[in-house]
Design a protein around this ligand. Structure first.
Ligand SMILES: [Zn+2]
Length: 434
C-alpha cells in the first residue's frame, strides 16, 4: 500500500533508458518507491498522502558527492588552497564544540534540502553531532572524519572508528560512516594503508581529497617520489568503495589507475575554479569509463551549496576550456548529479524505479527559469535544469519517503532557529580563534 503518491507530474526517472512520463506518477511505500509510470496511480486503499505535481518535474534527489559541513563562509575568499586551509579551514575546524558542529551541520543541510539535495557525502569532524543534525532535518548523510597524521591536530583513525561504532546505521540507515582522509600533504603512505585496513575491517568505504592542486602534486613528488594517486594506489587505498574528490591534476597513468581500481570520482568544478586549482580532465575520465559524480565541496570555498549551480559549471567550464560546445550535454550532467552519485556511494537511489529508496524531488516549472517550455520537449527540460534553473525552483524534497520540504517550507525543523543558531555558533568559534 502506498503511503505517499505523487500524481500528474513530468517524471524524469533517470533509469537506464532515461524514461520520461508526462502526466505520470510515483507511488511510495514507507522508504521505498512502489511504482513509477504514466497516468495517475490507481490504488484501492484510501488514506495515502497525495501530492498533485501539475507543472512540476519529478526526479531523483540530487547527490552531493563531495561535501563538508561549513561553520563559516565569505571570508579568506582571496586565498589559494594551501593558504586558505592553514588560515581559514583548519583553525575553524580545530575549534568546533558539539553545539557549533550541530548547528553548522543543520544550516549546511538546510541549504542542501532547500535546493533539492537528498544525500550529502560529508567529510568533517564531530560526526555524532553531525549525525544528530542529519537525523533531525531528515537528510541522508554519509559521514567521514578529517583524518590526518597526529601532528596536524585533526582527527585520527581511532576517532573515525569510534564515530562508526557510535552512529553508523542510525536514523533507519540514513546515517552511514566512512573513513575520511583529509589529503596527502597531511598524511603518509602508511596512514593510507591503515585507512584501507580499517575500512575493510568495518566493511565501509573511504572518502579522500586527491590531486586537488598543483601544490599537492609537487608536495607528493617531493615527499614520496610519486604523484598523489600513485601513492594512494600503492597503499591499496583505491577501489570501488573509495570516493576521490577533485582529481584535477591526473596524469594519463593516474587516470588508468582510477579505471583499473574502479575508484569513484567527485568532480567539483565550482570549488576548483574559485580556489584557482584548475579544470579537471573530465572528458578523459569519462572516456576511460570512470564513474564521476558531482559535489559542491564546502561553503567556505564555493560558497553556494546549490547543486544546480554545480551542474552548470560542470558543463560550461569544459566547453570554455576546450572550445567545444558538444561537451557535457545536459542529460549527462543531470545523470552525474543523480545516478552517478548514488552509484559512487553504493546507494539504492539516484533513479526513480520500483524498489529504489524514495529520495525524490519536485521542481516547479511555473516560473521564468523554465519559460518558455514547449509541450513534451524532453531536451528542453534537461537544458533548463542545467543551464537556466537554480535550487530555488525546488518545491518539494523527499528522503526515505518522508517529506522534508513542501512548497519550499521546511517541515522537520524550524528554519529561523537554524539560521540564528548557526550565526551564534560561527561567532563563538571565531572568538575562540582570535
Ligand atoms: Zn573538500
Amino acid at each position: 500500500m502506498a503511503t505517499l503518491v505523487i500524481n500528474n507530474g513530468t517524471v524524469l526517472t533517470m533509469d537506464d533508458d532515461r524514461t520520461v512520463h508526462f502526466g505520470g506518477h510515483v507511488a511510495i511505500d514507507q522508504d521505498r518507491i512502489l511504482a513509477v509510470g504514466p497516468g495517475e496511480y490507481a490504488d484501492e486503499d484510501a488514506g495515502e498522502d497525495v501530492i498533485d505535481a501539475e507543472g512540476m518535474l519529478v526526479l531523483p534527489g540530487l547527490i552531493d558527492l563531495h561535501f563538508h559541513t561549513a561553520i563559516g563562509k565569505g571570508y579568506s575568499d582571496h586565498l589559494p588552497l594551501w593558504e586558505y586551509l592553514n588560515e581559514c579551514w583548519y583553525p575553524l575546524i580545530r575549534n568546533l564544540d558539539a553545539e557549533s558542529a550541530y548547528w553548522a551541520a543543520a544550516a549546511s543541510y538546510l541549504e542542501s534540502v532547500k535546493s533539492g539535495v537528498t544525500t550529502v557525502n560529508d567529510m568533517y569532524r564531530r560526526l555524532p553531532d553531525l549525525a544528530r543534525a542529519a537525523a533531525d532535518i531528515g537528510i541522508r548523510a554519509v559521514l567521514s572524519n578529517d583524518v590526518a597524521l597526529e601532528e596536524h591536530n585533526l582527527d585520527t583513525l581511532q576517532d573515525n572508528k569510534d564515530a562508526h561504532d557510535a552512529v553508523h546505521g542510525l536514523a533507519d540507515g540514513r546515517i552511514q560512516v566512512r573513513i575520511g582522509i583529509e589529503w596527502l600533504p597531511l598524511a603518509s603512505p602508511a596512514l593510507l594503508s591503515e585507512a584501507r585496513a580499517l575500512a575493510d575491517e568495518l566493511g565501509t568505504g573511504i572518502h579522500i581529497h586527491l590531486n586537488e592542486s598543483l601544490t599537492e602534486v609537487e608536495d607528493s613528488k617531493r615527499r614520496f617520489g610519486r604523484r598523489p594517486t600513485e601513492v594512494a594506489y600503492d597503499a591499496g587505498l583505491l577501489g570501488p568503495d573509495c570516493v576521490a574528490a577533485h582529481c584535477v591534476w591526473l596524469s594519463d597513468t593516474e587516470i588508468a589507475l582510477m579505471r583499473e581500481t574502479g575508484t569513484q570520482i567527485s568532480h567539483n568544478p565550482s570549488s576548483n575554479a574559485k580556489l584557482g586549482n584548475g579544470i579537471a580532465r573530465l572528458p578523459e575520465m569519462l572516456a576511460a569509463g570512470i564513474n564521476v559524480g558531482l559535489g559542491h565541496d564546502a561553503a567556505e570555498c564555493n560558497n553556494s551549496r546549490d547543486m544546480f549551480e554545480v551542474m552548470k559549471f560542470a558543463s560550461l567550464m569544459h566547453r570554455a576550456a576546450r572550445v567545444d560546445a558538444s561537451l557535457q550535454q545536459a542529460p549527462d550532467v543531470v545523470a552525474m548529479a543523480t545516478r552517478n552519485g548514488a552509484k559512487a556511494l553504493g546507494l539504492e537511489a539516484g533513479q526513480l524505479a520500483a524498489g529504489k529508496k524514495a529520495d525524490v524531488i519536485l521542481v516547479d516549472t511555473r516560473n521564468v527559469m523554465f519559460t518558455p517550455l514547449a509541450d513534451h520537449n524532453i531536451a528542453q527540460i534537461y537544458s533548463h535544469l542545467v543551464f537556466a534553473a537554480n535550487g530555488s525552483a525546488v518545491d518539494t524534497t523527499i528522503v526515505d519517503g518522508k517529506v522534508l520540504m513542501r512548497d519550499r517550507q521546511l517541515m522537520t525543523m524550524d528554519e529561523n532557529t537554524i539560521l540564528t543558531q548557526a550565526n551564534v555558533a560561527f561567532r563563538r568559534v571565531l572568538d575562540r580563534i582570535s
